[in-house]
Ligand binder design. Structure first.
Ligand code: DOR
Ligand code: ZN
Length: 347
């Protein structure tokens, strides 16, 4: 079958985004809002977003940072800390502020110092979420320094996530930014209660790319990219049409200088190229027919939200996006994710 030259789908949503705050938010919000109608906003600010009032004020700042000609709805999340308050969780859900809560194991990643040290510490909060029908979004990596960096997701599934599912039978859970075949299998094994987001970059390259010709900080994120067999499992899952898998870019901007240094930050800024890279992956797999399900239908279905009515059209044309985005407030730039392989879709 010839590859189509255009593809029209319902407007997509991004179910995993870091928009930051202040000058970074001003520079980044437009790039997500150009591509997506709604986005789940990660709460790992400094300090983290743990209170309903903080999330509501942050939502206002995001709305103000998006140009008025773009229609965009931020969906807010609560950062879970030890002793997370069940009353605050239930109240924020009831008031329409929280859509979900995010679990960062303490010290797993960027701004996770206030994260959870043990699941016992959040049991009461998770019970409140079960009752309120509020999903838990999980950064699925153990932080034990004795566990190899590349094994941290697989170990998390056995040691933390499986017991968590049993302990909270009514809780819906998203395994965020899946990077392993074990993560794919885990989501597939619990279709009634679990979803999984998959990023464009984890579909595009494997761990070799991080070290090709030298160390490449703009390919470094957490969870780190794994072996080729895992990338292939992610591509199969994302393009399969299975409703458990949906789009989450994990776009995570850091200024270029904080990535190109002796101890570079984890995070990939892919917002300006996200739909183009996803379309390229689906085209390569011969599954462009399933892009709309992954990008625009499966996420709303998991979150019990209506899909967007608006349509967008992708065109077969080479990627045409600047290599960097300016952050005028900081006199800095952010480097945009650029795959090593050609991207033949424009958005
Ligand atoms: O690479 C990452 N960057 N992984 C995360 O989990 C957090 C994110 C960030 O906030 O920079
Ligand atoms: Zn993230």
């Amino acid at each position: 079958m010839p590859i189509p030259q255009t593809l029209t789908i319902r407007r997509p949503d991004d179910w995993h985004v870091h928009l930051r705050d202040g000058a970074m938010l001003q520079a980044c919000a437009v790039h997500t809002a150009r591509q997506f109608a709604r986005a789940i906003i990660m709460p790992n600010l400094v300090p983290p977003v743990t209170k309903v009032a903080e999330a509501s004020a942050y939502r206002d700042r995001i709305r103000a940072a998006v140009p008025s000609d773009l229609k965009f709805e931020p969906l807010m999340t609560c950062y879970l800390t030890d002793g997370a308050d069940p009353v605050e969780l239930a109240r924020g859900k009831k008031e329409g502020v929280w859509v979900a809560a995010k679990l960062y194991p303490a010290h797993a990643t960027t701004n996770s110092a206030h994260g959870v040290t043990s699941m016992d510490q959040v049991a009461k909060g998770l019970e409140a979420m079960e009752k309120a029908g509020m999903p838990l979004l999980v950064h699925g990596e153990v932080t034990d320094p004795d566990v190899d960096l590349f094994d941290r997701e697989a170990v998390f599934l056995d040691k933390v996530l499986f017991p968590l599912l049993k302990r909270h039978p009514g809780l819906k859970i998203v395994l965020e930014h899946i990077t392993t075949r074990e993560g794919v299998a885990f989501v597939e094994a619990h279709p009634d209660r679990m979803g999984g987001t998959i990023t464009p970059h984890h579909l595009n390259y494997n761990r070799n790319a991080i070290f090709k010709g030298g160390i490449r900080p703009h390919f470094y994120c957490l969870p780190i990219a794994k072996r080729e067999e895992h990338r292939l499992a992610l591509r199969r899952a994302a393009t399969s049409g299975n409703p458990a898998f949906f789009l989450g870019t994990d776009t995570a901007p850091h200024s270029t200088d904080t990535k190109e240094c002796a101890c570079g930050c984890a995070g990939i800024f892919n917002a300006p190229v996200a739909m183009q890279v996803y379309a390229q992956v689906f085209a390569e797999e011969g599954r462009l027919d399933n892009l709309e399900a992954f990008a625009s239908l499966n996420g709303p279905r998991f979150y019990d939200l209506p899909p967007n009515e608006e349509k967008v059209t992708l065109r077969a044309a080479p990627l045409d996006v600047p290599e960097t985005v300016e952050v005028p407030g900081l006199s800095k730039t952010i480097t945009v994710f650029r795959p090593d392989t050609p991207v033949g879709w424009s958005f």
